[in-house]
Ligand binder design. Structure first.
Ligand SMILES: [Zn+2]
Length: 253
């Protein structure tokens, strides 16, 4: 099993040890603001790899100094993606222009370093999803992940057109989310990923609890059911997709 999206720096020490002891093939931990980059890289050992970036809710922090620091950390050999970037009009609707600037900067950095770009999107009315879909069609990043994919139609269309990876999180297990399971079924198999967004977004079986990478199993079970394949096949598929995208076996230190 592979967890392609976690925030391990939010976990307690004991929770972290459990992660490192699991038989997860790989975990990508994302450091989402400048104060978290150093610690995130410190956690990137063994089966844990890192991404560094500026979350859209932190986009107002972008400055020449922060750009310089991000360029520096992004060159670390355990860094396998830039992000998460994206657009969030739910928590920080007042910083749209800053979010777009931070998105453009991180997309360019990902392209310069040949790394995948991980994208977050959230809004009450779907406007962030519409804007991100439009952005994707203009900028057409070469390797991009739609994290915690929610099956917004415009974003799905744009993602398909640019060859994005679609990463499913705990909501795939919610009983009411039939539409999301149908999306998983119709998307190209070689573009499917699973993630937890630890410590957020727990799956149905763990609702109300803090999420952790091991719980990616529940999302993977839901994916296998949606695809009507055995668990092991869904596991092999998403392990291979993640390894191809993030190049786990390429120059690991
Ligand atoms: Zn996240």
């Amino acid at each position: 099993m592979t967890d392609t999206h976690a925030h391990l720096d939010f976990l307690e020490l004991q929770e972290l040890e459990e992660v490192l002891l699991t038989d997860l093939k790989a975990v990508l931990t994302l450091g989402i603001d400048p104060a978290r980059w150093e610690r995130t890289l410190g956690l990137a050992q063994g089966n844990v790899y890192a991404a560094v970036g500026l979350h859209p809710t932190e986009a107002h922090l972008l400055s020449p100094e922060v750009e310089e620091a991000l360029r520096h950390y992004a060159r670390h050999p355990r860094v396998r993606a830039i992000g998460e970037s994206g657009l969030d009009y739910h928590w920080t609707p007042g910083t749209k222009a800053a979010q777009m600037r931070a998105l453009d900067f991180q997309a360019q950095l990902a392209e310069d370093l040949g790394l995948p770009l991980v994208l977050h999107v959230r809004s009450k009315d779907g406007q962030a999803e519409e804007d991100l879909a439009a952005w994707l069609l203009v900028h057409r990043p070469k390797r991009v992940v739609l994290h915690a994919f929610s099956a917004h139609p415009a974003l799905e269309g744009a993602g398909l057109e640019v060859g994005a990876y679609f990463s499913f999180a705990g909501p795939l297990t919610y009983p009411k989310n039939t539409a999301l399971r149908e999306a998983a079924k119709r998307l190209p198999k070689e573009r499917l990923l699973v993630e937890t967004d630890t410590p957020f977004l727990p799956p149905q079986a763990k609702r109300g609890k803090r999420n952790r990478p091991q719980y990616v199993r529940y999302t993977l079970e839901a994916l296998a059911e949606a695809l009507r394949v055995p668990f092991e096949e869904a596991e092999r598929l998403t392990d291979e997709n993640a390894a191809r995208l993030f190049r786990w076996d390429n120059g690991g230190v």
